[in-house]
Write a protein of this length. Structure first.
Length: 441
């Protein structure tokens, strides 16, 4: 099972972005200090490494780093590391090239930031794998599991990592241009100063020794100024539930919301700038869906159970949201609700009924209406906000969220509004429940 979402949006201060590297060392590494390591001060093997080779700086100022080690994953790492200690915000960049053909597809050349030189240290890095996969990898606690956020690019000409407080973000250049900037993956991790920052190589085969060349290496402090304006970055991510690792399908500077799966799992629909777009799950360029006059669509939209119709909520007529239905591939919208505002949220499993939130006389409640239009039916009457109705796959319940108890919690009821019962009761404010397709979660 996989989930799509808009990642928590992060605003990054508008500064020239360079790439940063971080790495860690074993509990008792054999540390070498050399005046010939350029930007860095030390090098060592981290973890249990059978094959080793020193890092050297060539005449052009590039770093040739050789490393062995079984892996950099799970709870412990094994690799070769060249580093220096750094405090504060910074950016770090490098062009990464593997030396020699072959090798394990999962071998890793990294720009690493590490809390300590132990093999199980918390860390975050940008890893360029042997097969071109580029990802932000991280371990949040000592001895914890490693996770990653895969970027939607392969072998970028230039990669890096930036630190802004507790936020670490992957930067890269697009093959079509020289501009270096955030590529989507980011993570909040608490690392105390100073941290170990440098270049790392892991062969992903303890019997082998692999080498990577790091050129155009820049490690630069970031100065935060009061006049800097934040820049919004938004990403759509795919999250396999079992691993909790993530993959960026799309990154943009635009405001985007509400990715919905198509029934064949090949595309995602999302809204941006009042329009609805279709995006391949594998990534690529979004294509706008023709919604006719409806050019102020919001995040309340979704496909019918058979995948042939699209319900949208749009406020281009009258300034308040109304619900419309159109062909999934685009076409003239058909009005369904006449009272506003109305915000679509769910289709009944047989496709005959829509569930939505409507504000009438100052009260927000859950309503249903025939998908072909007709008279709406009010299902909730509690004071406050009742919102986000969604049918279970068997059609026996409608889940919704309500603040009738003081905090926003998940409730459910029969499709006719009877037998309303609370599902969650915790310290969180819970919104917009979506039962899984098999009805179990």
């Amino acid at each position: 099972m996989k989930i799509s979402k808009c990642s928590s949006r992060v605003s990054l201060r508008a500064l020239p972005v360079h790439l940063l590297l971080a790495s860690q060392v074993v509990c008792a590494p054999s540390i070498t200090r050399s005046a010939e390591l350029g930007l860095f001060e030390h090098q060592a093997d981290i973890g249990r490494v059978s094959q080793t080779g020193p890092a050297v700086v060539d005449a052009a100022g590039s770093y040739l780093v050789s490393g062995g080690g079984e892996n950099m994953w799970f709870t412990n790492d094994a690799f070769h590391f060249v580093w220096k200690q750094v405090s504060g915000d910074f950016t770090f960049q490098a062009a990464v090239d593997w030396r020699g053909a072959g090798g394990n597809a999962h071998r890793k050349a990294c720009l690493m930031i590490r809390q300590s030189l132990t093999a199980d240290s918390p860390y975050v890095d940008v890893a360029v794998h042997g097969d071109g996969l580029t990802s932000l990898q991280f371990r949040e606690t000592p001895g914890g599991l490693t996770h990653e956020i895969q970027a939607n690019l392969s072998r970028p000409p230039l990669v890096g990592i930036g630190r802004q407080g507790e936020v670490f973000f992957l930067t890269a250049t697009d093959p079509s241009g020289p501009t270096l900037g955030p590529a989507g993956p980011f993570m909040r991790i608490k690392l105390s100063d100073p941290v170990y920052v440098g270049l790392a190589v892991c062969a992903h085969d303890d019997k082998a020794l692999e080498a990577a060349r790091f050129s155009q290496v820049v490690l630069q402090a970031r100065e935060n100024r009061a006049d800097q304006k934040p820049i919004l970055h938004a990403s759509i991510e795919i999250v396999p539930i079992n691993s909790k690792d993530r993959r960026v399908a799309y990154h943009t500077l635009d405001h985007i919301e509400a990715p919905n799966w198509t029934r064949d799992n090949q595309f995602l629909l999302f809204n941006s700038g009042g329009r609805i777009f279709r995006l391949p799950v594998t990534g690529g360029k979004p294509v706008e869906i023709d919604t006719g006059f409806a050019n102020r669509c919001n995040n309340d939209h979704g496909l019918s159970p058979d995948g042939l119709r699209l319900a949208i909520s749009d406020q281009s007529r009258g300034g308040k949201s109304l619900i419309y239905i159109l062909p999934a591939g685009g076409g003239p919208p058909k009005p369904i609700t006449t009272l506003a505002p109305s915000y679509w949220h769910g289709w009944s499993p047989d496709g005959t009924t829509l569930a939505y939130c409507g504000e009438r006389n100052g009260e927000f409640d859950v309503y249903t209406i025939p998908a072909d239009g007709g008279e709406e039916k009010r299902l909730t009457t509690a004071k406050g906000l009742d919102d986000g109705p969604e049918y279970t796959p068997d059609g026996k319940f409608i889940y919704f969220n309500s603040d009738r108890t003081g905090t926003m919690q998940i409730w459910r009821m029969k499709p006719d509004g009877s037998d309303q019962e609370q599902v969650t009761a915790d310290e969180y404010n819970n919104w917009f429940a979506h039962p899984s397709p098999d009805g179990k979660w």
